[in-house]
Design a protein around this ligand. Structure first.
Ligand code: ADP
Length: 259
C-alpha cells in the first residue's frame, strides 16, 4: 500500500531549491533551530521524489564507523554489516544526518569525498571505494543558534552544501500548520501563535532556544484532546523552555493572560 504524503507547508522556496539541488547532485544543508520543520521537510521531499529516506540523529558519540559499517561476530563467523551511510550510497537513498555538527570529526572526514565531484565513499576497514548510486543524496541539518556547547561547521565543510535557513513560519502559516497537525479550533490556534511570538520577542529572558512550532503543536494536541488550555501551555510550552523558576513564573503568567 502506498503511504500518504507527509504534511508539509512550504514557507519559502525550499521545495524548488531542494529539487534543483537533487537533480544537480549538490548536498543540502538545513540550518535552523530545533522544531522548525527541517525533518518534516526532508520526509516530505523524499516522498515527493520517491526516494527512500535514511535518517541518522547525530550526537557526540556518533563516529564514522556508525555511519559506514562494522564487522560483527555472528556465531563462529565475522561478518561485515553496512552502516546507514554505506547503504544509502549503494542503494541511492537520501541520507539525512540530523545535527551533523554534534558528530565526531571523523564523520566530517568520511563525508568529504561524497560531497564533491567524486561522490565516493572510502570504506577503510574493507579497503574499498564505493561510487555513489546516481540517486544518492546527502542532506544534513545544523543548528547555528546554540549559545552554550556551541559547535560550528568549518567553512570547508559548509561550502560543500547548498544551504537554506529554517525559522518560525509567519503567524498565518504557523496557525495553518497547527490546525492541520492537530485539528484544533482556529481561534485557539491563533492565540497559541500569538503567545509564541510574544515569547520569541522576549530576548531579555536569555533562553537558549525559544518556542518552536513543535512545542506549539504539542500544546495544541493536548488542548484538542481535552487538557485545559492553561495547563497545556504550562507543560508543553513553558516548562520545556527553562528551569529558571522566575522565568517559569513570568511565562506562565503571560500565557494565562493571553489565552
Ligand atoms: P526539526 O527537524 O526542525 O527539529 P520537525 O521537522 O521535527 O523539526 O518539526 C516539528 C513539528 O513541527 C513537526 O512534527 C510538525 O508538526 C511541525 N511543523 C513545523 N514546520 C512545519 C511545516 N512547515 N509544515 C508542516 N509541519 C510543520
Amino acid at each position: 500500500m502506498k503511504k500518504n504524503s507527509p504534511y508539509y507547508k512550504e514557507t519559502g522556496k525550499e521545495i524548488q531549491v531542494f529539487e534543483q539541488s537533487y537533480h544537480n547532485k549538490i548536498p543540502f544543508l538545513l540550518k535552523g533551530p530545533t522544531g522548525t520543520g527541517k525533518s518534516r521537510f526532508i520526509e516530505y521531499m523524499s516522498y515527493k521524489l520517491g526516494k527512500e529516506l535514511i535518517t541518522v540523529s547525530c550526537h557526540e558519540e556518533t563516529s564514522s564507523t556508525d555511519l559506514i559499517g562494522r564487522y560483527i561476530i555472528k556465531g563462529a563467523e565475522t561478518i561485515w554489516l553496512d552502516g546507514p551511510l554505506t547503504r544509502a550510497v549503494k542503494e541511492g537513498a537520501i541520507i539525512y544526518l540530523d545535527e551533523i555538527a554534534e558528530a565526531r570529526p571523523d564523520v566530517i572526514v568520511a563525508i568529504h569525498p561524497l560531497t564533491d565531484h567524486r561522490r565516493e565513499l572510502f570504506i577503510d576497514k574493507l579497503g574499498v571505494v564505493v561510487k555513489a548510486h546516481p540517486d544518492f543524496m546527502l542532506v544534513a541539518s545544523f543548528n547555528p543558534g546554540y549559545q552554550r556547547g556551541f559547535k560550528e561547521l568549518k567553512p570547508s565543510t559548509r561550502q560543500r552544501f547548498v544551504a537554506i535557513s529554517f525559522t518560525y513560519p509567519d503567524a498565518k502559516l504557523e496557525t495553518e500548520i497547527i490546525i492541520n497537525e492537530t485539528g484544533l479550533e482556529a481561534g485557539i490556534a491563533k492565540k497559541l501563535v500569538k503567545i509564541a511570538n510574544k515569547i520569541r520577542n522576549l530576548n531579555e529572558l536569555g533562553l537558549t532556544e525559544t518556542v518552536s512550532t513543535r512545542l506549539l503543536v504539542d500544546a495544541a494536541k493536548l488542548i484538542h484532546s481535552g487538557l485545559p488550555k492553561r495547563l497545556a501551555l504550562e507543560v508543553a510550552v513553558v516548562e520545556p523552555l527553562t528551569d529558571d523558576l522566575e522565568i517559569v513564573e513570568a511565562l506562565t503568567d503571560l500565557c494565562h493572560l493571553m489565552i
